[in-house]
Write a protein that binds this ligand. Structure first.
Ligand code: DC
Length: 221
């Protein structure tokens, strides 16, 4: 099947772009960050030590995780909101750092690509999970724009518990972790097209990607 990968740091607009793009193309939207978050939520709920890689990998392999079109399901339960709370975000780092969990996630992600045309978003989709993807995009944005986007998203959900500065600070810390993990680090694939979303509307970003897909012969006009 065909694959478009969207990688890049938190807050660059990957999720809204991937969702709109998948909708436009009629393809499956896979949010791999939501998949890592779902494993972290399950680990917290089942009191599994975040330091125990073997237990985390066994847990990941045992779960039914679905991430489709912006919603996340863990063993059939809709966990879309729960996986975004700060406690889960913090725990997700341990899950994402564990190489054997990443192996399990890679298997799950690749098996979906056998069934569906995919728009997949994450950190390692173009580099490690789908190195042969037809089109690879790396979405970037300035730290200030990324923090402002996350701040607005939280306020829209009624959460004003953290200031924009606090969000910026934790985002920069998360970037460091994402860039430096020994396996599955966030990186730009050598054949990726980089789009900086600063000042661009969602519509504009989606149009640019559709044009790239057209130029590659992935879709027709
Ligand atoms: O995209 P997000 O913020 O929901 O991702 C949550 C965490 O999972 C983030 O710290 C990076 C990590 N992640 C990863 O390591 N690999 C992916 N393919 C997707 C997310």
């Amino acid at each position: 099947m065909k694959i478009i990968t969207l990688d890049g740091p938190a807050g660059a607009g990957k999720s809204s772009t991937a969702k709109a793009l998948a909708h436009e193309l009629g393809w499956y939207h896979m949010d791999t960050g939501a998949m890592y978050r779902s494993v972290a939520l399950a680990a917290l709920e089942q009191n599994i030590s975040l330091e125990n890689e073997k237990d985390l990998a066994e847990l990941a392999a045992s779960l039914d995780i679905q991430s489709a079109h912006g919603d996340a399901f863990l063993n059939g339960r809709n966990v879309t909101a729960e996986i975004r709370i700060d406690r889960v975000t913090t725990a997700t780092r341990f899950v994402a750092d564990a190489p054997s969990v990443r192996e399990e996630m890679k298997k799950m992600q690749r098996s979906l690509s056998e069934e569906f045309n995919l728009v997949t978003e994450g950190r390692d989709q173009g580099t490690i999970v789908f190195p042969d993807a037809e089109l690879k995009i790396y979405l970037d944005a300035s730290p200030a724009a990324r923090a402002a986007r996350r701040y607005r998203e939280r306020v829209d959900l009624g959460d004003q518990s953290r200031t924009m500065d606090e969000i910026l600070h934790s985002q920069l810390q998360r970037d460091q972790g994402d860039r430096n993990r020994p396996v599955g680090a966030m990186a730009v694939a050598i054949d990726a097209i980089i789009i900086n979303t600063d000042g661009l509307s969602l519509n504009n970003v989606v149009k640019q990607i559709l044009k790239c897909a057209c130029d590659r012969g992935l879709i027709s006009d």
